[in-house]
Every structure is written in structure tokens, then in C-alpha cells.
Write a protein that binds this ligand. Structure first.
Ligand code: AMP
Ligand code: GLY
Length: 465
């Protein structure tokens, strides 16, 4: 049967992979994907790395392919034609579109959750219902697909019985928090990290509802909203790799969401990160493992949608303990740039173990040093910005001093130009957090482009601890 041919070839290719001849396709174009390609390139199992679509820095270590990250049919065709043994999905959109399912049906391995499991990120209402069902601590909330009902809910949000409660019946601590502004309005679907509005007043909440639900600024992601209790505390990012049954938690990290120092100004995709995050003490990590990660992996399995790939729990460390702000179903950006340089183990082996359901036999080894990533962004970001600025100093960064991961860059002849909001991620390791910070900023000082902006306080919270 001619139709069987590609499958047979794929199986033969998979057998070849066992002797270190794997072709890997990484999907995405940001700093996270540069860090993934960089780490994958260190694996002795790899023969060739492709990246779709990639960026100016990735082009140095992988063959960049001009296919968009959400063009699943074109990605499948490319993977089949080029005998890709493992596809690694960076961003959330292809996961939510079901790339992993489509590849699996074609007999191809892809690292990440299937469509049904990616709903943990694809729908905030789904994630909240899941957490309530499995008793996973999170903020109290209501969810609405009708703007009149959402507005009415705002009117009487002080009535405790209107809020569904995170930690089960009668959690009055959670209810009390819910009764006062600020509160948080979230678009249900994917909104490129911009769909969360913290509202200090009812007028702001009404504005948020109007722009999300009526004006549809995030398109169909705003068909539904979650209105949520505001949680106070320090944030941490906990990433676990799972194979449907088993999981391993990676080293902790912390993002810096706001554009300006001291967490001022609007939210961004992330202006820097460090790992480990000292706010996550060993005791807290154990608690997060037992109250968040374990019930999540078990819950997905029980619900018939086993979770494979990276489960990223955005945690708020509150006075009442850790609570989930959100789930992502992929590596974080820029957390990945700060975590992967500390991973000593072969990431390809980790990913294959996840896809093949054999994580129970795996142990990950970590570099005990601290790692810091400082993001250099275009002037105007997270608002409008202009691309095409020449980046200077890249060639002067000595390999021993740090790694510069590219995000929004493109190659033009011999030059690297800016081509996005977040442009570069400067990463350095140090014996402690202070040394890693000092080293990262030393590298930053050698780099420049017109309009370049960055935070001067990446890692300061860790230093203060
Ligand atoms: P998300 O896009 O869901 O990661 O949310 C973006 C950011 O909004 C988070 O990293 C938090 O800083 C903030 N945030 C989201 N939900 C809440 C909440 N319930 N309480 C306080 N801050 C929140
Ligand atoms: N750093 C936040 C995210 O990756 O969504």
C-alpha cells in the first residue's frame, strides 16, 4: 500500500536514532527557542537541527526554515520530507491547535501535550474548573460568556456565595480576599500574555470587560472571561516535565513581568529571569509538588487527557501557601534561558523519555550555580516599537563570559538587526546570584542598539533574600 511508505521510512529512521543520528525540528522564533536549540545542540544524539521559523541567532546553530509556528500542515509536511525524528514545540499556539496529535497520527514524535491537555493553557476557565475539581489551590473566581452576567457579577462581587472557592467548601480566607478590589479580569483564551488586567476599581473592571468581551481586542479569546481574586505575594515559575504518568520538577525560576524596575509599568512577555528562585525553599517546593504538580498530572490522567511535555505552573507564594495563577503547557520565556544553562543532563533524552512514557527511569542533574537572564528590549516595548536597528557588540562577547540568546532579531548580510519587542536575552552563570547578576550586566554593557531598554534590577529579589 503506497500510503504506508512514509510510516515505514519513519520507523527505520527512528531505529537509526538509537545510534545518535537524530534530526530535530524546533518550532518557534524567540529567546526560548534559541535556548532550546542551544541545549539540544549539546546532545550527542543529534545529527541536525532545523528551526521553524527561527531567528538571527538560531541561524548560527540550526537550519532555519521559513514556516510559521502555527502552520501545522506545512510543519507536518516538512517533518515527513526531512525525516525528523523529534519535533520540539516552543510556543503555545501550535500545541493548542493540536500539532502533537497530528504528528502522532502520522507516526511522528513531538514533545509537548496533545490538544486536549493543552487546554490547561488554552482556556483559563477550563484550567480553573480543573483546579477546583482536583482540589488544587488557586484564586477564587467566576467565569462568564455573557457580558451582562459578567457585569452583574461585578455589581455584587462582595457576596461570598457568588464566588466559587479555590480550596474547597467554606474557605473563608479565600472568600474574604475576593470581596475587595483589586480584582483580576482575564480573557479565557490565548492572548499572547496580554489578556490579564488587574483592576483597582469597578470602572477599570468594566473597561476591561468591554475591551475583552465587546470590542474583542483579543478576538475569540475574549468570548469568555474569568474574574478572579487578586493574590498577594511573590511569584515563582515551576516547570515540570511529564510523560502522562510520571513527572520530574525542574529547578525553580522567577520571571520579571513588568517593563520597569521595581515591578512598575505595564506587563510584558518577561524582562528577565533567574534560577534558582530562593523564594522556593525546599519545603515550599515539596508543597508545590504535592499540592499542585502531582494532583495536576494525576488529574489529567484520571480525566482521560494524560499530560505529556512541560507543565508550567505560575505560582503566587501567598501567606496562605502557594496558589496557581495560571498554567502554561510549554517552557516559559525567559525562564528557559535561565534554567537550561543549569541543566547538565541531555535534554533530548529527557524529551524522548517524556514522549515515550519512561520518565520514571530518568534523573536530571543540575549545575548548582545561579543563572541570570537580562532581556534587552526595543524602545517603546511593550507598546509600539520600530525594528531594523543594528545590534552592536555581539561579536565581542567572549564565550566564557555568558551566552546571548536572540529573540526578535534577523540576519541581514553580516549584520544582526532588531526585529521584535524583546530583542536579546543576556545570560550568565555565577557561583551565587550576586556573581551571576554582575556577570550578566557586564555583558549587557558591551551590547547596544538604538532605543535599547532593559531592567537594572533583575535578580534583586533573590539578592534581598
Ligand atoms: P498570566 O498571563 O495569567 O501569566 O498573568 C500575567 C501576570 O498577571 C501574572 O504573572 C501575575 O503577575 C498577574 N496575575 C495573574 N493573575 C493574578 C491574580 N489572581 N492575582 C494577582 N496577580 C495576578
Ligand atoms: N514567562 C511567562 C511565560 O512564558 O508565559
Amino acid at each position: 500500500m503506497p500510503g504506508r511508505h512514509p510510516l515505514i521510512i519513519t520507523e527505520v529512521m527512528s531505529a537509526v536514532t538509537l545510534v545518535g543520528e537524530m534530526n530535530i525540528l524546533v518550532i518557534g522564533s524567540g529567546g526560548r527557542e534559541h535556548a532550546l536549540v542551544w541545549k539540544i545542540a549539546q546532545s550527542p544524539r543529534v545529527k541536525k537541527i532545523f528551526c521553524a521559523p527561527g531567528n538571527g541567532g538560531i541561524a548560527d546553530i540550526a537550519e532555519c526554515v521559513d514556516i510559521k509556528a502555527d502552520d501545522v500542515p506545512a510543519l507536518l509536511k516538512f517533518a515527513q520530507t526531512n525525516h525528523i525524528d523529534l519535533t520540539v514545540v516552543g510556543p503555545e499556539v501550535p500545541l493548542v491547535l493540536g500539532l502533537v496529535d497530528v504528528f502522532a497520527q502520522a507516526g511522528l514524535k513531538a514533545f509537548g501535550p496533545a490538544k486536549a491537555a493543552a487546554r490547561l493553557e488554552g482556556s483559563k476557565a477550563f484550567a480553573k474548573e480543573f483546579m477546583i475539581r482536583h482540589n488544587i489551590p488557586t484564586a477564587a473566581y467566576g467565569s462568564f460568556d455573557d457580558i451582562a452576567q459578567a457585569t452583574a457579577f461585578l455589581d455584587k462581587f462582595r457576596v461570598p456565595s457568588d464566588a466559587r472557592c479555590s480550596a474547597g467548601k467554606g474557605d473563608t480566607a479565600s472568600m474574604d480576599g475576593w470581596r475587595q478590589f483589586p480584582l483580576v479580569v482575564k480573557a479565557d483564551g490565548l492572548a499572547a500574555g496580554k489578556g490579564v488586567v488587574i483592576c483597582q476599581t469597578k470602572a477599570e473592571a468594566l473597561d476591561a470587560l468591554k475591551s475583552i468581551m465587546a470590542d474583542r481586542v483579543f478576538k475569540d479569546a475574549g468570548k469568555r472571561v474569568v474574574i478572579e481574586e487578586f493574590l498577594k505575594g511573590e511569584e515563582a515559575s515551576i516547570l515540570a516535565v511529564a510523560d502522562g504518568n510520571n513527572f520530574i520538577i525542574l529547578e525553580s525560576s522567577q520571571d520579571h513581568k513588568r517593563i520597569f524596575d521595581n515591578d512598575q509599568g505595564p506587563n510584558t512577555g518577561g524582562m528577565g529571569a533567574y534560577s534558582p528562585a530562593p523564594v522556593v525553599t525546599p519545603a515550599l517546593m515539596k508543597q508545590i509538588s504535592e499540592t499542585v504538580i502531582k494532583p495536576s498530572i494525576e488529574g489529567m490522567r484520571k480525566d482521560g487527557t494524560p499530560f505529556k511535555g512541560i507543565l508550567y505552573a505560575g505560582i503566587m507564594v501567598t501567606a496562605q501557601g502557594p496558589k496557581v495563577l495560571e498554567f502554561n503547557t510549554r517552557f516559559g520565556d525567559p525562564e528557559t534561558q535561565a534554567v537550561l544553562p543549569r541543566l547538565k543532563s541531555d535534554i533530548v533524552e529527557m524529551m524522548l523519555a517524556s514522549v515515550e512514557g519512561r520518565l520514571d527511569g530518568l534523573q536530571l542533574e543540575w549545575d548548582p550555580r545561579s543563572c541570570v537572564c537580562v532581556v534587552l528590549a526595543a524602545g517603546g516595548y511593550p507598546g509600539d516599537y520600530v525594528g531594523g536597528k543594528i545590534i552592536r557588540g555581539l561579536k565581542d562577547v567572549a564565550p566564557g563570559n555568558g551566552v546571548v540568546f536572540h529573540a526578535g532579531t534577523k540576519k541581514q548580510g553580516d549584520q544582526i538587526l532588531t526585529a521584535g519587542g524583546r530583542v536579546l536575552g543576556v545570560v550568565a552563570l555565577g557561583a551565587g546570584i550576586a556573581q551571576a547578576i554582575e556577570q550578566a550586566y557586564k555583558v549587557v554593557s558591551a551590547l547596544s542598539f538604538e532605543g535599547m531598554q532593559y531592567r537594572r534590577d533583575i535578580g534583586r529579589k533573590a539578592l534581598e533574600r
